[in-house]
Design a protein around this ligand. Sequence first.
Ligand code: UDP
Length: 371
Amino acid sequence: MTDYDVLIIGAGISGATLAERYASIGKQVLVIEKRYHIAGNCFDEYDENGILVSKYGAHLFHTNDEQVWEYVNRFSEWYPWHHRVIARVDCKTVPIPVNITTVNTLFNTNIKSEEEMQQWLEENRTPFENAKNGEEAVLNRVGKVLYEKMFKHYTKKQWDKYPEELHASVLERIPVRHNYDDRYFSDKHQALPVGGYTQLFEKMLDHPNITVLLNTDFFDVKDQVGVYEKLFYTGPIDRFFEFENKLMEKLEYRSINFVTEHLDLEYFQENSVVNYPGEEVDFTRIIEYKHFGHQQSSKTSIVKEYTVDSGEPYYPVPNEKNQEIYNKYKEEADKLENIYFVGRLANYKYFNMDQAFKNALELFETLEMRI
Ligand code: UDP
């Protein structure tokens, strides 16, 4: 293999951002990607019904960060998309995050104002000053009944752990609304890329200084890579050290089994995402992709998500035990010169897409002192 200035392992958000940035300052960049495609878990493609479908689950972009927003707009046009999620609870359909409609629908109340909603929450919540785990975080916000109905079992299905076994931040990703706002996110910019994410990544990587090697596991070719100034690794951090013969306790990851059905129906459900927070089914949610961007097709495709232990690692599992294990890997990682660990899997952090962009941009800025 020829020598490159920068070697990047993984062509997802972190890898593509660093590749693009380094190419822009004249560096020769080699991106090595294990899968047959770029874009990491954002990868999307048109399916047999002509519907743009994400292979690894729905990706909804949202950010308050102006730098990230400006950056992603360099590679695609974006159309506004305010994501909404509904949940089937007790044979009823309610908005999630919990808002006035959720409470009125489930409890036959007649709340009409923010003050009344606040009062209802005060009467029903179990206050915890500093929530130590996911259960306390939810009880503190909405109380026991909504916890049982909407969070406890969904979380068990998603993580194979109850909320009390997870860091509070996992459940705090979802706000509680005192009004009728039924949008999933509150960020200033909420949008989807025109033409999809894969096209956006193609544009990011379309530079004469960037070479992308697909279908290549870095660990198979590790000994053949030539000299490089810097290496950015975006895979699971424990896998890296496995190949360094540093045997340490494995980190936990959650994977998703996506079960797709192509249906001869115009629509299967009334919304892009329907959550099933109860125990009556094993899947967590059903995604119907044609809702995103109001795609037109006489048929539809739905995907049921079953979260599982083994398979491609998608989610780090944020709790104390894993954090302690990760810290040991981090200590080893910090000893390496010119090798940087970046992204959701290498930092073992539950990053949203914008945080992943931000993290990579900041690393580039720190190392190169310019953008
Ligand atoms: N969650 C829940 N019920 C829901 C939706 C989410 O209990 O209907 C919890 C669950 O633990 C989940 C976490 O909130 O893992 C964060 O949800 P989010 O939608 O951010 O998860 P993601 O979209 O990243 O899978």
